[in-house]
Ligand binder design. Structure first.
Ligand code: SF4
Length: 350
């Protein structure tokens, strides 16, 4: 017998089968229910239209089915959509859908808030509430996929775990969510289209390597000397660049995956030629692709948008060293949906 208050999505297919058998119902209902839960990512028992009403009522009585609810949606001038989701305990998180010419990318959250307190980041300033459950991570993808189909007439093409929170502090739930997002029994998305972005926790990077992840890994570096990096990412004091480098070497050796280095450019802080030189030295240790991202100012941080000319010189310095470099604009700046801006500015205090 299932315990009262069990979340239906915490059960495996086999466990749902056992439930139906013990309840004297046909076990084939298990596959139908499982498909509704994961492949069709339904939001209530009443949507399970090929299952009889009496069976649905029994499920309703025996299980809970908490899902993410959309609180608000806000569209930017550049068509980026920021969605605020309400969790079943009343907390809020944010997800962003970014459209390009022929694809859409979902930027999703792994925690409600974040405990790491990076000084340039609105989420860091907002504080930490809790880790998300894997179903809450999965639901963001399912909802943004629906949004992509509705608004842009294409299914979601890419996912970045780059919203609120540090995914490697919630690794087990992230791992389970990715399994259901990529599984044939779930949304069947390719792991090649998923990127986990982290400020870098060396023991967890080694764990990703040992798990032979099939998705991509991006490091939010933002400064390649310890003093500067520690001043904006407090975690760097505990895990300095030398330790990070060793874990990334280990990661590359195990996975043979090229690492993406995310580098937010802050005017007058980390955009000099010396900074570019430090970055190039750091990147000598493993194959990388560098994304230079123009910072969108967050109130109260004191950091400013980078200068176009300096950005160009920074880029050229790296390219002269044969590095792969992209300059990316942050999207959705006018609705606080850009990199480092997710902090629930549009809803009441939690
Ligand atoms: Fe947390 Fe990432 Fe913001 Fe740092 S940048 S505070 S790790 S959400």
């Amino acid at each position: 017998m299932v315990k009262e208050g069990t979340d239906i999505r915490s059960l495996t297919l086999g466990e749902i089968e056992t439930y139906f058998t013990e309840a004297g119902e046909r076990p084939y209902h298990a596959r139908q229910v499982y498909d509704w839960l994961w492949k069709k990512s339904c939001r209530s028992f009443s949507e399970m239209s090929n299952i009889s009403k009496s069976v649905r009522e029994r499920l309703e009585k025996d299980f809970t089915f908490p899902v993410l609810r959309i609180e608000t949606e806000q569209q930017s001038r550049d068509k980026t959509i920021k969605t605020i989701f309400r969790l079943s305990d009343g907390l809020f998180i944010e997800g962003v859908l970014i459209p390009d010419a022929d694809r859409t990318t979902a930027c999703i959250s792994s925690q409600a808030g974040c405990p790491l307190g990076c000084t340039f980041c609105a989420t860091g300033q907002f504080g930490y509430k809790r880790n998300l459950q894997f179903t809450e991570i999965f639901d963001q993808v399912a909802e943004l996929n629906r949004q992509s189909l509705k608004q842009f007439s294409i299914p979601l093409s890419n996912i970045v775990l780059m919203g609120m929170g540090e995914p490697l502090l919630n690794y087990e739930e992230v791992k389970k969510a990715v399994e259901m997002i990529t599984s044939e029994d779930g949304l069947a998305m390719s792991p090649q289209r998923i990127t986990l972005s982290s400020v870098g926790i060396p023991p967890m990077i080694r764990k990703l390597a040992d798990d032979r992840i099939r998705y991509h890994f991006a490091l939010s570096l933002h400064a390649a000397d310890n003093a500067k990096r520690s001043s904006i990412i407090p975690l760097n004091k505990k895990h300095p660049l030398e330790e990070l480098t060793e874990s990334l070497k280990y990661f590359y050796q195990a996975t043979k995956k090229r690492i993406t280095i995310e580098y937010l450019l802050f005017n007058g802080f980390n955009d000099s030629i010396q900074d570019a030189q430090n970055l190039a030295l750091f990147c000598r240790n493993f194959p990388v692709k560098v994304n230079l991202i123009e910072y969108n100012p967050v109130e109260g941080t004191g950091f400013r948008k980078p200068d176009k000319e300096k950005t160009q010189l920074f880029r050229e310095h790296l390219e002269k060293k044969n590095m792969v470099v992209n300059v990316r604009r942050s999207r959705g700046g006018d609705i606080d949906a850009a990199c480092g801006q997710l902090a629930l500015r549009t809803i009441p205090e939690q």
